[in-house]
Design a protein around this ligand. Structure first.
Ligand code: AMX
Length: 434
C-alpha cells in the first residue's frame, strides 16, 4: 500500500536516529524527578517521547513544529470549504510532511473504502440498554472490532518485530475509517431509534459523520465537523487517553484494545467529558437568567460554582498556561457562523470573566479556557442537543492522533512500559538515606 511505502523509508531513517540518540546520550539526564512529581500526577516531568507532537505551555500543541493555526491554514481544504480535510491531517501526523491535495485525498480514499461497519457491531450497539452512556457504547464498539485486528492475526503467525508497525498501520487506517460510522450508529440508535445510514462514497471523512446522522443538507455542520475533528486529533501522548493507549499498546495489545481503553479515560469529567459538563453549565446559566446575564451576575455565578466546590468546566489545563489555541480556532469559527446565538455570546462572556475570577480564586495553575469551553456550545448550536454524546465526537477526532502515535510506537520498538512503584516506607527510607 502506498502509505506503507512512504513510511518505510521514514521508519528506517528514524530508527537510525533513535539508535544514535541512545548510543550517545543513554546515561545523560533529561529533567529531574522530584518528590512532588510522585504526588502531582507527574505534572511537569519529561517522561515520554512522541514522534508527532509537543505541547508548549504558552503556544499549545505543535505537530512536527506546526501550531494549530498553521496547520489549519496549510492543510488542503475540503471541496467548497475553507476547512481542512482530516485525511491531510492524518498524512501530516504519520509522515511529518505537509500533504499535497492529492495526498490528502488519497488518505480520504483509503478511509472511504474501509469505512463499512460490520453487522455484529451495529447489532451489539442495538442490544445495549438505552441508558448506556454513549462513551461506553463507543469503547465497546471499538473493542468489538478487535476480532479483525491485522496486527494480532499476523503476530500469532510469527510476525517479525521490525514489521510490527505495518499491520498496526492497517489496523489504524481501518479503525479511523470506521470511527465516524460507529459514532453515527451510536447517535442514531441511542437517541433516535433509527436505522443506520451507510457512509457516502463521495464525502470527506469529517463531513461523512454529518451525512450519517442525516445532516447531509447542513453545510455549516459539515464544516464544524471538519474543524472539530482536526482540532481534537492530537495533544501529545501525556494526556490520559493518549497515554492510556500508548501504555496498553506497549504490551503489544493491538490498536483496538488500546483505543477502546483510551476512550474509557477520555470519558472522565476532568478530561473529554468536560465538553458535556461545560455545555450543561452554560445552559444552566441561560436557564437561570433567561438569557445571557450581565458581567456582574456572571461573576457571581462563577463564584457560586467555585464556592460549592465545583470546577469551572472547560477552564484550566495540566500543561497549558495560556488560552488553548484549539479554543481560539473554534471561537473564530463561532464568530463567523453563530455570533447572534445567546449561547455563543455566553461563551464569549465567560471567556472575558472566568480567567479573572479564577486568578483571584488563587489555586488554579491555568485560568484560561481549554478546547472544551466552547466545543459543546458549537455542537448545540448546530442542533446536536444530546450533550452526553459530545465526548464520542472528541474520541472520533482523537483516534486520529492516537493511532498515528501507535504506528510510530511500534516502528521505533517502544518497549513494554513498566515504571517502578515504591511504597511510602521505601520512599521514606530512600529519602532519609540521601
Ligand atoms: N475550576 C475550579 N478549580 C480548578 C479548575 C477549574 N477550572 N482548574 C483547576 N482547579 C483546581 C484544581 O481542582 C486543584 O484544586 P485542589 O488543589 O483542591 O485539588 C487546583 O485548582 C490546582 O489544579 P491545577 O494545577 O490548576 O490543575 P490540574 O493540572 O490538577 O488539573 C484540569 C487540570 C484540566 C483537570 C483542571 O484544570 C480542571 O479540573 N479543569 C476543569 C475540567 C476541564 O476542563 N477538563 C478538560 C481539560 C482538557 C481536556 O483534557 N480535554
Amino acid at each position: 500500500m502506498w502509505l506503507h511505502e512512504i513510511l518505510s523509508e521514514k521508519v528506517e531513517k528514524e530508527r537510525t536516529r533513535l539508535q544514535q540518540i541512545k548510543k550517545e546520550y543513554s546515561d545523560k539526564s533529561v529533567g529531574e524527578i522530584k518528590v512532588r512529581h510522585l504526588f502531582n500526577g507527574l505534572r511537569g516531568a519529561d517522561l515520554l517521547v512522541s514522534q508527532i507532537s509537543y505541547v508548549d505551555p504558552q503556544d499549545g500543541v505543535h505537530f512536527y513544529g506546526h501550531s494549530v493555526e498553521e496547520v489549519l491554514n496549510m492543510l488542503p481544504k475540503a471541496e467548497k470549504s475553507e476547512l481542512p480535510l482530516a485525511g491531510g491531517m492524518y498524512y501530516l501526523l504519520l509522515t511529518g510532511d505537509n500533504p499535497t491535495r492529492e495526498q490528502a485525498l488519497m488518505v480520504e480514499e483509503e478511509w472511504r473504502r474501509r469505512s463499512d461497519l460490520p453487522y455484529h457491531v451495529a447489532d451489539m450497539l442495538r442490544a445495549m440498554p438505552r441508558d448506556t452512556h454513549p462513551m461506553t457504547m463507543f469503547s465497546q464498539a471499538i473493542l468489538a472490532l478487535q476480532s479483525r485486528s491485522e496486527f494480532t492475526r499476523h503476530y500469532v503467525n510469527g510476525l517479525q518485530k521490525t514489521d510490527y508497525w505495518q499491520p498496526t498501520l492497517e489496523d489504524s487506517l481501518n479503525l479511523v475509517a470506521k470511527a465516524p460510522a460507529i459514532a453515527a450508529a451510536i447517535y442514531n440508535i441511542k437517541y433516535h431509534n433509527q436505522g443506520l445510514v451507510p457512509p457516502s462514497q463521495s464525502l470527506d471523512w469529517s463531513a461523512n459523520f454529518a451525512y450519517m446522522i442525516n445532516k447531509e443538507w447542513d453545510n455549516e455542520y459539515m464544516d464544524l465537523c471538519r474543524l472539530f475533528f482536526v482540532v481534537h486529533s492530537e495533544q501529545g501522548i501525556g494526556n490520559v487517553c493518549e497515554h492510556t493507549a500508548w501504555l496498553v499498546n506497549s504490551a503489544l495489545s493491538d490498536v483496538y484494545f488500546a483505543c477502546s481503553a483510551a476512550m474509557n479515560g477520555l470519558a472522565g469529567p476532568l478530561h473529554g467529558r468536560a465538553n458535556q459538563d461545560s455545555l450543561e453549565w452554560l445552559l444552566g446559566i441561560l436557564h437561570k437568567f433567561g438569557d445571557c446575564p450581565t458581567e456582574q451576575l456572571l461573576e457571581e455565578y462563577i463564584w457560586d460554582t467555585l464556592n460549592r466546590g465545583k470546577v469551572i468546566p472547560g477552564y484550566g489545563h495540566s500543561v497549558l498556561r495560556q488560552t488553548d489555541p484549539r479554543f481560539l480556532a473554534q471561537l473564530e469559527f463561532g464568530r463567523k457562523h453563530m455570533g447572534d446565538d445567546s449561547l455563543f455570546q455566553l461563551v464569549e462572556l465567560v471567556y472575558k470573566v472566568a480567567p479573572r475570577v479564577l486568578q483571584e480564586y488563587g489555586k488554579v495553575s491555568d485560568p484560561w479556557p481549554n478546547v472544551d469551553a466552547i466545543s459543546g456550545a458549537m455542537q448545540y448550536h448546530c442542533g446536536l442537543h444530546e450533550y452526553d454524546f459530545y465526548t464520542v465526537l472528541f474520541g472520533v477526532g482523537r483516534i486520529i492522533g492516537i493511532t498515528a502515535n501507535l504506528v510510530w510506537s511500534r516502528a521505533l520498538f517502544t518497549p513494554i512500559e513498566r515504571p517502578q512503584s515504591l511504597t511510602l516506607d521505601v520512599l521514606e527510607q530512600q529519602l532519609k538515606a540521601i
